[in-house]
Design a protein around this ligand. Structure first.
Ligand SMILES: [Zn+2]
Length: 298
């Protein structure tokens, strides 16, 4: 079995483990202004599983079409499953999880699900760069966070018509983030951690020992429910320090929704990792590169 990973933009990847094909999130069709990935959802004809980290459109939109075209089963939060059921995905292809489950994907591959945290979207209006130090915003209640999110949503209305049309198409009805999840794949070649938004429970992360970690690098990091006091680069390095992976792959750091997102400069993350986790190799992946995930780690 050769494990390969294709980055499909934002936090979406295709994991190929021999004949087994697993999508990690499913957001592939983006606004026309976003850099093309070289693949559209409607071209996908092979998938066995789709694991979804949380229910926001930039992770879930597309899963309904991949599932219908391929017969793949979607593993995600109850919110993810609710939205997919409303989109017409048969119940037999929906597996709701909340963290604590170990799911067999094939005779020699399993995935374990863990509860996680969403990045602190509420804490900022513009996506900050990786070396920008953010402090404060501690102890903000859930209601205050909701209020700040509502103000952020108003600003979404100022984005161009292309973006608004895309947001309308991908909205698929009201939903929350559904509770963020992280996934730990165990394969004959090694262990892969998948995270699709910048947050974690440190008590969970410090006991996971992946060989390769896909870590989200966008927005303000969330540690145990509070925003990181420091930069995004520091957040990624702190996670690497907890997980101690041999290899790190970044996600969510491209300009996936121009006008709202911004391309994250990886240099400060690279420097911070070299300083604090010199044993973790940072892989800087382009779209559709079929990266041999565990090569050289055995
Ligand atoms: Zn999200």
């Amino acid at each position: 079995m050769t494990a390969t990973l294709d980055w499909l933009g934002c936090a979406t990847f295709r994991l190929s483990l021999g004949k087994l094909v697993v999508f990690l999130d499913a957001y592939i069709d983006r606004v026309p202004a976003a850099e093309p990935i070289g693949l559209a959802v409607d071209e996908i004809d092979r998938a066995d599983w789709i694991v979804v980290g949380h229910s926001h459109f930039d992770h879930l939109y597309g899963a309904e079409r991949i599932a219908k075209a391929t017969g793949a089963t979607i593993i995600g939060s109850h919110e993810t499953v609710r939205v997919m059921e409303a989109q017409g995905v048969p119940l037999a292809q929906l597996m709701p999880v909340a963290g604590g489950e170990r799911v067999r994907l094939s005779p020699d591959v399993t995935v374990s699900v863990f509860p996680s945290q969403h990045s602190c979207v509420w804490s900022h209006k513009k996506m900050s760069q990786a070396d920008e130090v953010c402090v404060g915003d501690l102890g903000v209640t859930h209601q205050e966070q909701q209020q700040r999110m509502a103000e952020l949503a108003k600003w979404f209305g100022e984005l161009g018509p292309d973006v608004l049309a895309h947001l309308a198409a991908s909205a698929q009805g009201p939903r929350g983030d559904g509770g963020a999840l992280v996934f730990l794949f165990e394969t004959p070649e090694g262990r892969l951690l998948y995270q699709d938004t910048s947050g974690h429970w440190s008590g969970i992360f410090r006991d996971l020992r992946p060989d390769v970690a896909i870590l989200a690098a966008a927005g303000r990091g969330n540690i145990d429910g509070e925003p990181i006091q420091g930069s995004l680069a520091r957040f990624v390095a702190q996670q690497a320090d907890l997980l101690r992976p041999r290899r790190i792959v970044l996600s969510h750091h491209d300009d996936w929704l121009p006008g709202f997102s911004r391309a994250i400069d990886v240099a400060p993350i690279r420097e911070e990792l070299a300083r604090s986790c010199p044993r973790s190799e940072l892989v800087e992946m382009g779209y559709l590169e079929s990266y041999p995930l565990f090569k050289g780690l055995a």
